[in-house]
Design a protein around this ligand. Structure first.
Ligand SMILES: [Zn+2]
Length: 335
């Protein structure tokens, strides 16, 4: 049976341990300990809206009984424009248009880390007069600027497992869906074709580029060896396991991360967790060599990855590069 998700994820809970802190020539012992409290939170008069998300896959708005304005989300029980006339719940559509071009969050707080990158959309649904704040995703790989803008038509998608909160829903561009999906009320995340992303066209490599890439591969192999050997650097990829299929016009290989170790395997890997594609393999080498972050390369569209949720792996690769660079710098200062 699948384990139920906990309010505090296992990975956030510190291990039982202690450390010594030296201050002014004296040692002090620090212990990991905990202080916590759990509570139940009432959604109060907005319960209906959240229960409709959870149980019926419906989006509710509220209509003013006097002026007829439909607000979504229905966060007003009385209309401020009509001497506080009562509002009534009304179902709104599940497609709408973006009121403004959505900003994209790449570097999220720990609470949203596993959700980044995401767009922060203000979506006016059909039948509503106000905008709903909603997280936006694309099924075409990583979310980069330009995919959605003011006026883009967006479809609401429901998470398969819902608890009755706003993150039970998110939006994707209607243009990425089949006509059936676009029309279907209560479309589920599992019905989307996340796997069939279109890889960017990388073009053809010249013979010279192919030759040069062999040298770059050797450099990359040496760097990865250093990373795996460094206790400090390899902490960045502790307990992480991924096979990345790296594609460039000149060369293809597998980048393997396995619990603190990282190496490459020449040739196309038989299976992979996600695809990384770039016109120039040096973009990846520079990132790992701490000459510009790989996350930046993605935002600037110099490097593409096939799965949005794998941005977390990219974070880890950037940390790996940073940790190794720091260790080398300190080693050089000591030596
Ligand atoms: Zn009103």
């Amino acid at each position: 049976m699948e384990q139920r998700k906990k309010v505090i994820p296992e990975s956030y809970i510190p291990i039982e341990a202690s450390r010594t802190l030296r201050m002014e020539d004296k040692d002090y012992l620090l212990m990991n300990d905990a202080m916590y409290t759990f509570y139940e939170r009432s959604m109060g008069e907005f319960s209906q809206f959240f229960m409709a998300l959870r149980d019926e896959k419906k989006i509710l708005g509220c209509r003013c009984s006097a002026c007829g304005v439909v607000r979504c989300p229905p966060m007003l029980t009385h209309c401020p424009d009509c001497a506080f006339a009562p509002t009534e719940p009304v179902e709104v559509g599940q497609t709408g248009k973006l009121l403004s071009t959505p900003p994209i969050t790449y570097f999220a707080t720990s609470m949203f880390l596993d959700k980044a990158p995401f767009g922060r959309g203000r979506l006016v649904l059909e039948g509503a007069d106000t905008a709903l704040s909603i997280m936006l995703y694309t099924t075409t790989g990583i979310l980069t600027p330009g995919i959605m803008k003011k006026g883009t038509e967006i479809k609401i998608v429901f998470q398969d497992e819902r608890t009755g909160q706003i993150s039970d829903i998110f939006g994707v561009p209607t243009s990425e869906l089949t006509p059936e999906q676009a029309q279907k009320p209560g479309l589920l995340a599992s019905e989307l074709n996340w796997a069939a992303v279109k890889e960017p066209d990388l073009g053809q490599a010249t013979e010279e580029a192919k030759r040069a890439s062999q040298g770059t591969l050797v450099e990359l192999e040496a760097l990865l060896k250093e990373m795996s050997a460094s206790k400090r650097a390899s902490k960045a990829i502790e307990n992480w396991k991924r096979t990345i299929a790296v594609k460039t016009p000149a060369v293809e290989f597998g980048l393997i991360i396995d619990n603190g170790r990282i190496w490459l395997e020449r040739g196309r890997p038989q299976s992979s967790d996600f695809v990384m594609a770039t016109e120039d393999i040096r973009v990846l080498l520079d990132g790992l060599d701490y000459k510009g972050a790989i996350t930046d390369a993605i935002v600037k569209r110099k490097l593409w990855i096939s799965k949005n949720i794998e941005f977390v792996t990219i974070f880890k690769l950037d940390r790996l590069a940073r940790f190794l660079a720091r260790e080398k710098k300190e080693g050089a200062a000591k030596g």
